[in-house]
Unconditional design. Structure first.
Lengths: 111, 118
């Protein structure tokens, strides 16, 4: 089945620094979604990308969909302690509307 | 808008008992709800798709007789873990997809139910 792999699995970031998490697939994706899950919480939808090369920004977060639609990235600038959590990418399969999640990147911020 | 609730938020039960978890879409109608399971420090794994008025569709490896799903209305789906065992201890999360209106591709997640089986 369709799988998405995320790297890195863990990310320790110094407050104020930037970091990027990546999502990769061996097959072409029709879409990619990103979610954030705070410790003890549930996934919260951040964004969906559908177009080749698409770039979307939400304040300090920049989301990109690769030209070949096989990878995506989430870049966070000037990391804050509120950015702590696990960031998941997921792809929505049209048939059945099922979401397949990547393994997640667990982000810890050092003050 | 697009709020999904789950009840209970946590439950502790004895091995062999059954536990029912409710998932409700509070301010929208959801023709489809999804049930996920998440073990500590792992990703979400889809267990089944719950369709209003019809049988649920289970993912490979998920026992339908153990995880009973009922989607009685456009705002309520229930997951019953029957004869629970300690290995069923996990975080169970539901999500709901809007029937109509904006963002029908978006799934809205409930707060999750933490099940501990002793």
């Amino acid at each position: 089945g369709q799988q998405v792999m995320q790297i890195p699995q863990y990310q320790h970031v110094q407050e104020g620094e930037d970091f990027t998490t990546y999502c990769n697939s061996s097959t072409t994706l029709s879409n990619i979604q990103w979610y954030k899950q705070r410790p003890g919480g549930h996934p919260v939808f951040l964004i969906q990308l559908v177009k080749s090369g698409e770039v979307k920004k939400q304040k300090r977060l920049t989301f990109q969909f690769g030209e070949a639609k096989k990878n995506s990235s989430l870049h966070i600038t000037a990391t804050q302690t509120t950015d702590v959590g696990t960031y998941f990418c997921a792809t929505l399969k049209a048939a059945g509307n099922k979401l397949t999640f990547g393994g997640g990147t667990r982000v810890l911020v050092k003050p | 808008g697009a709020v999904v609730s789950q009840h209970p938020s946590w439950v502790i039960c004895k091995s062999g008992t059954s536990v029912k978890i409710e998932c409700r879409s509070l301010d929208f109608q959801a023709t489809t709800m999804f049930w996920y399971r998440q073990f500590p420090k792992q990703s979400l794994m889809l267990m089944a798709t719950s369709n209003e008025g019809s049988k649920a569709t289970y993912e490979q490896g998920v026992e339908k007789d153990k995880f009973l799903i009922n989607h009685a209305s456009l705002t309520l789906s229930t997951l019953t873990v029957t004869s629970a065992h300690p290995e069923d201890s996990s975080f169970y999360i539901c999500s709901a997809r809007r029937l109509a209106g904006p963002s029908t591709d978006t799934q809205y997640f409930g707060p999750g139910t933490r099940l501990t089986v002793l």
